[in-house]
Design a protein. Structure first.
Length: 286
């Protein structure tokens, strides 16, 4: 029996509080998860595993990592007890040669860039989850090309998901602007949207955008989108916007899908998850 081509996605995950909240972003993630064929496994490129190496989690029972501080205790109590799939690390290593990707047996697990999305998209936590580290030593082009190499996994039932934010400037966060984006954030996000949808193979050119330094002061949250764009370029398919919007002035919540079943319209409007007022901006990690 032929395995159907698995869709892919990039999710703008925003605040970890989205794991506990119900809003139009989390509703869109939930609708996406419910619409796709059941994956054999989920491979996530999360902004929060940003290290000086290329590696894949290879433990049978990855731990839930609470890689943030300053948030309510309820968030630290969240456990996403999905199994791992050690064999997938070997598949990935073979698939991307000569690029080297190592197997992580015990240092990482499932971080909040992954589980804050999956608790909505796949709440049963019964599908194996594997994370791919972002190699911080590599240029943007490396990640775009590695994403393209992962495209063959979609033919074997693996859902590849990038989790970050196209615009992510924590220094510019204003908690009072829950559903608002600064002018520069909106300019960059809209131009990024055109590039991702119309010419995904050229998205690294966004590094020359006039607002890039404000939108991407560090590349960790931007790079997961490059993996998604690489998948789209390899497929020759046009991504679609799953949901879009802004949070706290300097975060874009825009999410994209590739070859996904039709989704309920969710783009535009308000709906960012609130952050408690007693949590200062310098005591969070989103």
């Amino acid at each position: 029996m032929t395995t159907p081509l698995m869709p892919a996605a990039f999710i703008g995950h925003g605040s970890p509080m989205n794991a506990l909240e119900r809003n139009r972003y989390t509703d869109a993630w939930r609708a996406f998860g419910a619409s796709v064929p059941r994956p054999r496994a989920i491979l996530v490129v999360s902004a929060h595993w940003y290290i000086n190496a290329s590696a894949v989690t290879a433990m049978p029972r990855p731990k839930t990592i609470h890689d943030f501080y300053g948030f309510p205790r309820e968030l630290f109590a969240v456990e996403y007890a999905a199994p791992g799939l050690p064999a997938l690390s070997e598949e990935i290593s073979d698939l991307v040669k000569p690029t080297w990707v190592g197997a992580d047996l015990d240092s990482w697990g499932i971080d909040h860039g992954t589980w804050s999305v999956l608790v909505h998209a796949f709440p049963a936590a019964d599908i194996p989850v594997v994370q791919l580290a972002i190699n911080a030593t590599k240029p943007l082009e490396y990640h775009l090309e590695l994403g393209a190499k992962l495209a063959a996994l979609r033919e074997t039932g693996v859902l590849v998901l990038g989790s970050g934010n196209v615009v992510h400037n924590l220094g510019g966060v204003d908690w009072s602007l829950q559903d608002v984006g600064y002018d520069w954030a909106q300019r960059f996000d809209e131009d990024a949207k055109a590039a991702i949808v119309e010419r995904p193979g050229d998205v690294t050119a966004l590094s020359g955008h006039r607002d890039y330094r404000n939108a991407v002061p560090t590349p960790d949250h931007f790079i997961p989108m490059l993996y998604f764009a690489g998948l789209a370029a390899a497929a020759g398919s046009a991504p679609e916007v799953l949901v879009d919007g802004y949070a706290y002035g300097s975060l874009s919540m825009t999410s994209y899908t590739l070859d996904a079943p039709p989704q309920p319209h969710a783009a535009g409007g308000a709906g960012a998850a609130p952050v408690p007022e007693d949590v200062p901006a310098d005591e969070t990690n989103i």
